[in-house]
Design a protein around this ligand. Sequence first.
Ligand code: UT7
Length: 343
Amino acid sequence: MAGVRRGVRIAGWGKYVPQRVLTNADLERMVDTSDEWITTRTGIKERRLVADDESTSSMATAASLAALKQAGTDPSQVQLIICATITPEYQFPSVACLLQSALGCQAAAFDLHAACSGFIYAVATGSQFIENGIYERVLVVGAETLSRITDWTDRSTCVLFGDGAGAVYLEATTGESDLRATWLGADGSNPSYLYMDSQARPSATTEGTAGESTCVNLLPPAPPQANVIRMDGREVFRFSTRILVEAVQRVAEQAAWKLDEIDLIVPHQANYRIILSASNYLGVPLDRFYLNVQRYGNTSAASVPIALTEAVAEGRLQPGHKVVLVAFGGGLTWGALALQWPR
Ligand code: UT7
């Protein structure tokens, strides 16, 4: 079938969140913070954390099975798995490979690394395989165990993050595509705004000339506890409020939708204030944004598919609705998708 251009149908969606709940009251006992500060600055009341025997791939498996069940199909049908994550169990093999084994399917599999925008990038990528006629059935997952890369002594970050997974199952259609527009972007010029070190980073921080060691010089020396999230909250906040507005505007324009025609915006759940600010700038009422940041905090690549799945379960998305999925995060990266919800 290679070479035949087809549309993309959103055939299934599902989520998994761990049972363990960490409340703001729990955090008050861990760091110098308060429920009042966390609630007013972020909107977050609680988040979920993995149990010791859970992992990114175990949550990805649970979310994928839910999505496949919802689609009325089974793992044997999946031809390609893309998992968006920044918290793989291993540097390699990928979470997608572990997931392929857990599902017992014969599928190609790879991880996609675009931080909190990862799920948007992954749906855009998976859709290309369908539109180009390479595959007909693609499983796209966003899964994160951010609790394992959180510095639990740093109050400026540890109150923000949580664990979870979400998935969508995409199928080829000869009818009109559910995916109406895509807008992706990246700006790697300020990696220190939001990052986590890796063992592959050179220890040298000496000055380099343009084109050599540039990224190294943009980051401060690696701290003793390197494998944790570091963030300049104010800079990321500034970026996020701007890019969320631009991403929604761009993707709506590409889909030839007026902003007031959009039935639901499902944004990355990083901070209630970022979403409120976007609502004000766009002139789109807040009740047309889906919000669950209060329950889960920021789950990075898992955030949008979890929110999407809950929005459908709550009846917020009806057949034919115009929906925008939008995310922003480390990289810095951003992306938005315009979807006509399947009939
Ligand atoms: O998914 C990727 C994207 N990530 C984001 O979108 C995060 C974007 N950034 C944010 O959401 C916000 O910047 C934060 C919620 C992280 C912080 O809110 P803020 O209003 O920007 O606070 P701030 O960083 O300007 O800090 C204000 C004060 C500081 O104290 P001083 O310097 O004014 O005395 C902080 O030390 O709040 C202090 N602070 C805290 N106080 C109590 C920082 N964290 C806490 C805390 N509890 N957890």
